[in-house]
Design a protein around this ligand. Structure first.
Ligand code: FEO
Ligand code: CA
Ligand code: CA
Length: 656
């Protein structure tokens, strides 16, 4: 109780990554400015000559130097897409426009905004902002993962689930706000918001329902069950939980996925920045250390001070995949230790056709960290009964965890491609890593993966299996340190030094088996402005929209990949955007921009209901660099609401 939250931002203007420096500071704890947590010396490829880019990549870029994205035509788009989301690519915008921009013929509307009341009698956001009790009943801040789930058989009822990754205290609170109130409100603004939706018919705009049966707030203090092999481990016990099976709250939830059984999974990402730690070797591998107390939450809750013996293990209770059931607002959400602990971007789950096992693909979003998959022990029951659903909800509690090693086949073929293996870290509930127990492998998964020479990647974010082809797409958002002195150099799967624009890896499991241990891979996109050397667009040489820093991925019903970006402003000077790209057919690789978000914001979600003619996006951290006194965005109310500053919101784009 000695220190209030620090409200100044010392890192402004010193970002080493591709984000607004305020975003770096608040969300990642300035990870880019700190030492690379992976000091394992893990080699990247040992089979590719440094300095070589794909010949095809280089040629592909050179062929289209003079073609602008704006030349993509409406008719071209319609011919390829053939659904209710035909559109002409919008021109990219410079990074200072405080508007959502959508294609001609479309409109956007907010569905639910930070501070909107979710329960009958709950207070609305006011000009004075909010407080802990009110925020517990209001939509949280900085929505990231999103899904919109129409009820079975209905076009007019459904539920929206968003998570709330982090808070921006400089915008949310007046400068003289009580630090304890700030901390408690921020804790209530994290977590999840399941919210019921209604509308008048298919293709119409959704509205959220105040007091909907399934409305719920999950926050940084909501009880969670820790399950799986490491539950009950000494590594997970604290003074407040001597069982090691009951954790309070979820932090920094980034992306996620909706399971085939209708629950939501999401990744606890940059959890390190909430804890004061001594920073031993194991903690340092997760970025935990003595500078991790920026929000000052330990002043109101002692478990965020992990320097003493009482809460030494509290940080170990974060960094998991969490699962919540939006159908049952009284259910206890779960943290799945079987899926490993790292800076989980998210998890996307598919059912292996041959075995019925649930397979989760997961990225660890840190420079030079790894790609993982989890294969369930049990099998999916698709019968739709209540008993089946209950059984399916246990699928992520036991199974095998793997990490990926990529091998290039050389660039003589002009393609960035090769083979790979999934290296087991656990199997049958046992550790596969010499010298580490099963508890250690699951709680210190990064260290386990270091030992088996996994491939350090350029920040793996969303990892999305295609429901059409079964191929897996990995968004490697960027890595400013690739090839820097003392750090891994380029390789065939991470082919650019100081990779500012990122790339997307396309993985084909050998034999189509998601449960197998061997795969083939190639780079689908090497992002950037098309005129830049080394970019590659799936072999497409016609015009494309510039794209940088791919983050969240989604597929539409026709198998087109939609890519939202986080960092285009710093990388290529353009607002963050939502793009659509064909992954098959003659237009494979044709990237077209559908939408851009307001200044300072990141495009999250996205959710594509193309048959319905709707696109949903979570607009996260609009006006990030502003403050309470001097907002830099007025999205989405633009002066019509009670709160002067920006409000992170979920929006729906529909046809006019
Ligand atoms: Fe929260 Fe990896 O972005
Ligand atoms: Ca090759
Ligand atoms: Ca993300």
């Amino acid at each position: 109780m000695t220190q209030g939250p620090i409200r100044t931002l010392p890192m402004l203007g010193i970002t080493h990554g591709n984000r607004n420096p305020v975003t770096c500071h608040l969300r990642c704890g300035d990870a880019c400015a700190k030492p690379i947590p992976n000091q394992s010396g893990a080699p990247s490829f040992r089979d590719v000559a440094a300095g070589a880019l794909s010949r095809r990549s280089a040629l592909g870029g050179a062929l289209v130097l003079s073609v602008a994205a704006a030349t993509l035509s409406e008719s071209e788009a319609a011919a390829a897409t053939g659904n209710n989301l035909t559109f002409g690519a919008i021109a990219p915008a410079t990074a200072d426009i405080d508007q959502v921009r959508v294609p001609a013929g479309y409109r956007w509307d907010p569905i639910v905004r930070w501070g909107d009341p979710l329960f009958v009698g709950a207070p609305n956001l006011t000009a004075a902002g909010t407080d802990p009790a009110a925020q517990e009943q209001q939509f949280g801040y900085n929505c990231d993962y999103l899904d919109v789930l129409p009820d079975r058989g209905s076009t007019t009822r459904g539920v929206l689930v968003a998570n709330h990754e982090y808070t921006n205290e400089n915008i949310m609170f007046a400068p003289d706000a009580d630090p304890a109130l700030v901390a408690r409100t921020a804790m209530a603004a994290h977590g999840f918001s399941p919210v019921e939706l209604r509308r008048s018919g298919a293709g119409k705009r959704w509205s959220y329902v105040v007091g909907g049966r399934r409305n719920r707030r999950i926050t940084a203090t909501t009880p969670f069950t820790l399950d799986g092999p490491a539950a009950g481990s000494e590594l997970l016990k604290t003074a407040a939980d001597t069982t090691g099976r009951r954790a309070l709250g979820t932090l920094n939830n980034c992306s996620g996925g909706t399971t085939p059984w209708g629950t939501i999974v999401s990744g606890e990402e940059n959890f390190n920045q909430y804890f004061l730690c001594t920073g031993d070797e194991r903690e340092a591998r997760y970025g935990l250390g003595p500078d991790g107390d920026e929000r000052g939450w330990r002043t109101v809750d002692p478990r965020f001070d992990a320097t003493g013996s009482a809460y030494r293990n509290e940080p170990n209770r974060f960094g998991w995949v969490v699962e919540i059931d939006p159908e049952n607002p009284r259910s206890t959400p779960v943290k799945h230790t079987a899926m490993g602990r790292f800076k989980h971007e998210g998890a996307n789950i598919t059912i292996d056709a041959a075995t019925g096992k649930a397979v989760a693909y997961m990225g660890d979003d840190e420079r030079f960290d790894y790609l993982y998959k989890f294969v369930s022990k049990g099998t999916f029951d698709g019968s739709g009964t209540a008993a089946a659903r209950a059984a399916n909800k246990r699928l992520l509690s036991a199974g095998d965890l793997f990490v990926a090693r990529f091998t290039g086949d050389g660039l003589e073929d002009g393609i960035n491609d090769g083979t790979g293996i999934w290296i087991p870290l656990t199997r049958g509930g046992r550790s596969m890593v010499p010298g580490m127990t099963i508890d250690e492998v699951l709680v210190y998964t990064r260290l386990a993966a270091d030992k088996v020479a996994a491939t350090p990647m350029d920040r793996p974010e969303d990892v999305q299996p295609s429901p059409k082809s079964g191929r897996i797409y990995v968004a490697c958002t960027n890595n400013s340190k690739r090839g820097a002195t003392g750090l891994p150099g380029i390789d065939e799967a991470n082919p650019r030094p100081a990779n500012k624009d990122g790339h997307i890896v396309e993985i084909t499991e050998i034999g189509g088996a998601h449960t197998g241990t061997r795969f083939r891979w190639n780079l689908f996109l090497i992002c950037g402005d098309q005129s830049s050397a080394g970019t590659y667009f799936g072999g497409h040489t016609g015009p494309v929209s510039p794209i940088s820093c791919p983050d969240n991925l989604a597929f539409d019903s026709r198998g087109n990949l939609w890519i939202s970006t986080d960092g285009q402003p710093s990388a290529i000077g353009l607002d963050d955007a939502l793009h659509c790209v064909e992954v098959a057919g003659p237009l494979r690789g044709r990237v077209r921009q559908f939408l851009s978000v307001p200044a300072g914001a990141e495009t999250c979600g996205p959710v594509i209901h193309d048959r319905d003619g709707s696109v949903f996006v979570a607009v996260q951290h609009p006006g990030e660099g502003g403050s309470w006194e001097a907002p830099q965005s007025h999205f989405p109310d633009y002066g019509s609401g009670v709160f002067a500053g920006p409000r992170p919101s979920v929006i729906q784009v529909t046809r006019r």
